[in-house]
Design a protein around this ligand. Structure first.
Ligand code: MG
Length: 335
């Protein structure tokens, strides 16, 4: 029996989760929500994490009904992510690991998403689409690595959606992407947008500039509603993602596809992916917002796997890094 606690704070979600052998005992989260039209900046986000981390930690312990001595390993997000928020959370993980005299494990955030998705859905060896505000990657496991088959060459798909939400001054509560999704459901008229798939990679920045520039005029002239534009944007970027995911699945002869990351709870993306999967006689796996969106349990789960495989991180190596690619980690816990 191994109990792991995970600390996540790489972006605007502060999460602490406790897992005991694949069972989520608790997973509270506190999200930094900025006013409409504004994104979250590193310094303010770190301040948010510092202000709430002790309360969220207490909540995680209370809900799990365990005391710190029962914990076997402390896990935290090493990266990728925003520097200041990462550090503000890691410092608490390091502190409690020393106070409680527990080993510590540094976790790659992307791998946290993959391992949590596998745990929750039961997918064995899926092709993974990881889509969030900071990341866009198509990943498959091969020879002890999560290999990146395709990725964005500029901004993440979630960043593209978030920034368009700012143009429309949509609320950031619960998230800009969620509000775009609701608007898109009421969209009817499709605006053709630049479609940028380059081999296995995708690009969103040109598309974003294109729609950002034209949106105010198109709305003012009554040619397109904000709903139409949300609809057009979603259809275009999701089609790009499904295309590169399908190509990776064909290459790997994959019979499973798993969507993880904050954008992964978008129902329209799930529907489009499911249609593609059906045509290939493959199965789509996805999770709801509690596990898709950044959370502490996913860091605990990946850390639990690493710890069980005999890995711990020496205290003097428990740093953070803004850039930390998924394929840098040797996957010691899978066959
Ligand atoms: Mg994430």
């Amino acid at each position: 029996m191994v109990i792991a606690i995970g600390f996540e704070g790489s972006a605007n979600k502060l999460g602490i989760g406790i897992i005991q052998d694949g069972v989520v005992l608790s997973n509270p989260r506190h999200t930094y929500i900025t006013p409409p039209g504004e994104g979250f900046l590193p310094r303010d986000t770190a301040k948010h994490h510092r202000e709430h981390v002790l309360q969220v930690l207490q909540q995680a312990l209370d809900e799990a009904k365990i005391n710190p001595q029962q914990i076997d390993v402390v896990c935290y997000t090493k990266g990728p992510g925003m520097g200041a928020p990462l550090v503000s959370t890691a410092i608490v993980a390091r502190t409690v690991a020393q106070l409680w005299q527990k080993p510590i494990v540094a976790v790659n955030h992307c791998i946290g998403h993959i391992e949590m998705g596998r745990l929750i859905t039961g997918a064995k060896n899926p092709t993974v689409l990881y889509v969030s505000g900071g990341n866009t990657q198509v990943i498959a496991y091969s020879h002890r690595r999560y290999r990146i088959f395709g990725e964005t060459i500029d901004i993440a798909v979630g960043n593209c959606l978030d920034r368009f939400a700012r143009v429309l001054k949509l609320s950031n509560d619960p998230s800009p992407g969620y509000n775009i999704e609701q608007m898109a459901k009421r969209g009817k008229k499709f605006l053709e947008l630049p479609y940028a798939v380059k081999g296995m990679d995708v690009s969103f920045s040109g598309l974003l500039s294109y729609i950002e520039e034209r949106a105010p005029q198109l709305i003012k002239a009554g040619e397109y509603t904000p709903e139409d534009l949300c609809f057009s944007l979603q259809e275009t970027v999701f089609a790009m993602l499904v295309e590169i995911t399908e190509r990776a699945m064909a290459h790997c002869r994959s019979e499973e596809v798993l969507i993880v990351g904050g954008v992964g709870c978008n129902k329209r993306l799930q529907d489009m992916m499911e249609k593609m999967a059906e045509e290939r006689e493959a199965i789509l796996y996805a999770t709801d917002q509690s596990f898709c969106i950044d959370n502490g349990a996913m860091i605990a789960q990946a850390g639990w796997e690493m710890f069980k495989a005999g890995q711990t991180t020496p205290l003097n190596e428990t740093s953070c890094t803004q850039r930390f690619r998924t394929d840098e980690v040797e996957v010691t816990w899978r066959k």
